[in-house]
Ligand binder design. Structure first.
Ligand SMILES: CC(C)(COP(=O)(O)OP(=O)(O)OC[C@H]1O[C@@H](n2cnc3c(N)ncnc32)[C@H](O)[C@@H]1OP(=O)(O)O)[C@@H](O)C(=O)NCCC(=O)NCCS
Length: 495
């Protein structure tokens, strides 16, 4: 779906393939790449057709795919990242050099030497620590994000994280109030910016590291381009250092120094007509609305035997299965039992909180073993200025695992995932979602295209702060298409 709009997504995958890096594009390939990548197409739209084609042909494919080669924000070299060049992150030219590196911290931090006080803010603003257990403060954060958080390039859609989502995302096991950082206008007390972190553990190749997952960096539209983002990033870094956490993971659609991996967004229409009406999906040339609707039709019942919603009693089994499954990836999250419970089990009965996560397990009726599980979460988007629809209900594929992954039989794994994921689509449709999003991480390249997920124009870059490791594959090849040979890299889903 070249039509898709997405989260934090713009540029694309850093290819590990040295040959690809040296390759130049033929005119035909350039055209195909543009067709597959509307974000690039937009960026080149200002140039006349021949010039754009010529510019494209001259580019290295790998650069093109990381978005480093083209227009505007992606065109910067290291020197123009005035803030990021001062930070302990790898430079763009270090990626290849790190290829044989086991990986490790870039800078050793002495907590004793970390400032005990924040840097001053510009006149009229002050630091705040949000207390999200208080409904009013959760509401303030919700207001800031709902009107000022991530939009697509054409300002048609903006993320609309629900309050229950924020509760779930920011009060995960081990959460710290100090890592819910805000900036208030001194006079009006209004919350005008925020950044947050939660603690967790990652496995990066063989190393287990404690990290902060950074998310929800947001600045009020009226305060943009005033260099406030670096101040926020430095402040949360200081607060993490004080707690003895010296590494972080974060994702963004923009290219910063330097992605450790890049995945592409894919979108599976569940209510094609609505997606078409709101401008999320286009009518492909030569097709009709009726044909698109019937193409995206799903069965009404699931086909995985013994599939049922996950319950508290499944936590240990799912934990064990997911840990084994995730260890197959270079970059993965080392979940605790508590985290599994928090992230995957929807507890009914919290009457005032709407459901955020849906998890299902398949249980062998004889052995009672959990053989498979999958989950998805709800992240709506506001449809900005549309006469008929104001909200897009989007399901995002979250974690999943299957025993079939350990058989060593790729064909069997593919078949199993096709069935499980088709069931996920059916269940999401039943839960009234309009579209189902997934990235090219985990084993997703095995099923995305066959299950009629369309390629998005969004790319999600993964970053590690103060940690260097060789580039990790993002499930796409040098044409930015899902590729089974590029799997095994990213095993972390960021919200
Ligand atoms: C992202 C956002 C906070 C940046 O603020 P801004 O006012 O545009 O930029 P500022 O002048 O404060 O700071 C610019 C610096 O921040 C960096 N920056 C911009 N977006 C960034 C991001 N998503 N993550 C980390 N750094 C980012 C820039 O690269 C620049 O640093 P550089 O000089 O080293 O290149 C703001 O645009 C915003 O709130 N956007 C909507 C929400 C959003 O996109 N959040 C990020 C989700 S990943």
């Amino acid at each position: 779906m070249p039509e898709s709009k997405d989260k934090k997504g713009k540029a694309a995958q850093a290819s590990n393939d040295e040959d690809a890096a040296k390759q130049k594009l033929t005119p035909k390939a350039a055209e195909a790449l543009l067709e597959n990548n509307p974000a690039l197409k937009n960026e080149l739209a200002g140039l006349d057709k021949d010039k754009a084609a010529e510019a494209l042909r001259k580019m290295d494919i790998s650069e093109l795919l990381t978005g480093l080669a083209v227009g505007g924000k992606n065109q910067k070299d290291m020197a123009s990242y005035k803030f990021w060049q001062t930070q302990p992150v790898p430079r763009f030219d270090e990626a290849a050099a790190a290829a044989n590196d086991v990986g490790g911290p870039i800078k050793m931090i002495d907590p004793e030497k970390v400032s005990k006080t924040p840097d001053p803010l510009i006149e009229g603003f002050e630091w705040a620590t949000l207390d999200l257990t208080k409904e009013e403060e959760l509401q303030e954060l919700w207001d800031l994000l709902t009107y000022h958080y991530v939009e697509d390039d054409n300002a048609m859609f903006r993320f609309r994280y629900s309050k229950s989502f924020l509760h779930w995302a920011l009060m995960a096991p081990g959460w710290k109030k100090e890592w819910h950082v805000g900036v208030r206008a001194t006079k009006s007390r209004k919350l005008v910016a925020a950044i947050s972190g939660i603690p967790t553990e990652l496995r990066v190749r063989e190393q287990k590291i404690k990290v902060t997952e950074i998310n929800f960096l947001c600045i009020h539209k009226k305060l943009r381009s005033k260099r406030l983002a670096p101040v926020l990033i430095k402040e949360i870094t200081r607060r993490c250092y004080l707690e003895g956490i010296f590494q972080a993971i974060y994702t963004a659609g923009v290219v910063l120094p330097t992605p450790v991996s890049s995945c592409r967004y894919y979108h599976r229409p569940l209510d094609w007509l609505k997606l078409y009406e709101v401008g999320f999906s286009h009518l492909p040339k030569g097709s009709t609305k009726a044909r698109q609707i019937s193409k995206n039709h799903l069965p009404s019942v699931t086909s995985t035997p013994n599939l049922r919603p996950m319950e508290v009693k499944d936590i240990d089994a799912v934990h064990e299965l997911l840990e084994r499954y995730l260890k197959r990836f270079d970059l993965n999250q080392a979940f605790s039992r508590e985290e599994i419970e928090h992230w995957l089990v929807h507890k009914g009965g919290e009457a005032d909180r709407e459901q955020v996560v849906w998890s299902y397990v398949a249980e062998d009726p004889e052995t009672h073993k959990i053989t498979d599980f999958f989950s998805f979460y709800n992240l709506e988007s506001t449809i900005i200025q549309h006469p008929k629809h104001d909200c897009l209900r989007v399901a995002y594929l979250y974690y999943y695992a299957t025993e079939t992954a350990f058989t060593g039989d790729m064909k069997a794994l593919k078949e199993r995932l096709l069935m499980l994921m088709n069931d996920a689509l059916i269940l999401a449709k039943k839960a009234r979602f309009d579209v189902f999003n997934a990235l090219t991480l985990h084993d997703n390249p095995l099923f995305l295209e066959q299950l009629k997920f369309g390629a998005g124009d969004g790319q999600l870059h993964y970053y590690l702060y103060n940690y260097r490791t060789a580039p990790i594959p993002g499930g796409v090849n040098d044409k930015n298409l899902p590729d089974e040979k590029k799997m095994g890299g990213v095993g972390v889903v960021m919200l």
